[in-house]
Design a protein around this ligand. Structure first.
Ligand SMILES: Nc1ncnc2c1ncn2[C@@H]1O[C@H](COP(=O)(O)OP(=O)(O)OP(=O)(O)O)[C@@H](O)[C@H]1O
Length: 391
């Protein structure tokens, strides 16, 4: 068993040490009060247990995927890391320093260094401002010394970096005149204006047409590498996590249940929930009949199940799973799972063997969302062209 009680992506692919984290969630918890109706006298106010005791570290030059079903707490965790919500418990650390309750300049510095990229680019732009107007505001905020031509030059450079060229073809346009992919590129350019150390990309391609998703992911990867930035990639698509991210953390009902190098998490999934996500993922290389379609429902986060939150859906649940919160167990270097299947006792060993047999043929799909395999060449005409496209 690992000494940590929470899952943590602390090592890179293959278990290589990844240095000190840039941004961390350390035993972070977030409860939202349930709206409407005051509690009866003496009763405690109900809360949504959106994030519970989660530890997650982001490293320079690395992409960490945060994968899970809708409502599992992924966006809430991203917003906690961005300091858009205060934590209920635990802390967020930037370069090892707690950023709890930041105000004033310290808060502005955090917001500059940690940039959020959201799912729906149309919703994050002022519809009556031109692209130049939007970017000018961002540049004015983050480069106050630059004015006039210098500011225009920064905007041109930002658009060039995200491959919208020639820049002047885009600056006079309004958001509704651009495609979703082009607008998502502009929102990436807006984030770049801050010269951040961390990108928090919350489902950055899920609202986009399948054919342009890979181009945006490749752009994000290039920018992460070139700038040695850290990236959190929030997604419900475990196959894209395998393709895109160095490390993967799987979230279920507010908790991280498995984490480690993406290849290990997706190819030797240890937690029954991760296995279920993989078995139910769309996969063009797998017969549709082989795909698990009835995957059940996540629990209420107002009154989450005791013990392991996944136990009501888990075919391998044992008595202790209904009572005790699972500890974190080491599966392989850097790969951990919070699951009692990995305890060192007779019942767990028997269930583990059952599970190993059932999942022996399980491999992470190459997603329908990402039509090209990871390192296949992409031609300029391809609908999944890399970051040279302008969508
Ligand atoms: N501001 C809020 N007030 C109350 N409850 C909230 C708030 N934000 C999120 N929640 C609840 O917290 C839980 C986690 O939501 P969250 O949006 O973080 O999940 P998610 O995994 O990102 O889902 P999705 O993929 O659908 O975006 C859900 O039950 C959600 O209803």
């Amino acid at each position: 068993m690992s000494g940590e009680t929470t899952a943590q992506v602390a090592t890179g692919a293959g278990g290589a040490a990844a240095g000190r984290p840039v941004l961390e969630a350390v035993h972070v918890t977030k409860h939202f009060p349930v709206r409407g109706g005051l509690p009866r006298r003496g009763a405690t106010r109900k809360v949504v247990h959106a994030v519970e005791d989660v530890s997650l570290s982001l490293y320079a030059g690395r992409i960490t995927a945060l994968v899970g079903e809708s409502g599992s707490g992924k966006s809430t965790l991203a917003r906690l890391l961005a300091q858009l919500y205060p934590v209920t418990g635990g802390e967020v650390r930037l370069h090892g320093r707690s950023v709890r309750a930041l105000r004033g300049k310290a808060f502005r510095d955090h917001v500059r260094q940690v940039q959020l990229i959201l799912q729906d680019p149309f919703a994050s732009f002022n519809p009556v401002a031109t692209i130049a107007g939007t970017l000018r505001r961002a540049v004015a905020l983050h480069h106050p010394g630059k004015r006039g031509r210098e500011r225009t030059a920064v905007i041109d450079d930002l658009l060039t970096q995200i491959n919208l060229v020639p820049p002047r073809q885009f600056t006079a346009k309004y958001p509704h005149e651009l495609s979703g992919g082009q607008l998502q590129r502009i929102s990436i350019a807006r984030a770049l204006a801050a010269d951040p150390e961390v990108f928090l990309a919350d489902e950055p391609v899920s609202s986009l047409d399948v054919s342009i998703r890979l181009g945006i992911l490749n752009l994000l990867r290039r920018l992460t590498e070139e700038r040695n930035a850290a990236m959190l990639y929030v997604t419900h698509d475990i196959a894209s996590a395998r393709y895109f991210a160095t490390d993967t953390a799987v979230m279920y009902a507010g908790q991280v249940v498995e984490s480690g190098p993406s290849e290990a998490v997706t190819q030797q999934a240890a937690h029954p929930y991760t296995q279920l996500l993989i078995a139910s993922a769309p996969d063009p290389s797998r017969a549709s009949a082989d795909r698990v379609k009835d995957i059940g429902q996540p629990p209420s986060l107002i009154d989450p199940p005791a013990g392991c939150r996944f136990h009501p859906r888990c075919p391998y649940a044992m008595e202790r799973c209904k009572v005790d919160t699972p500890a974190s167990f080491d599966i392989s270097p850097g790969h951990t799972a919070r699951c009692w299947l990995y305890a060192d006792d007779e019942e767990a060993r028997a269930r583990r063997a059952e599970n190993a047999e059932a999942v022996a043929t399980l491999t992470a799909p190459v997603s329908l969302d990402i039509p090209a395999p990871p390192d296949s060449p992409v031609t300029p005409d391809s609908p999944v062209a890399p970051d040279t496209s302008t969508d």
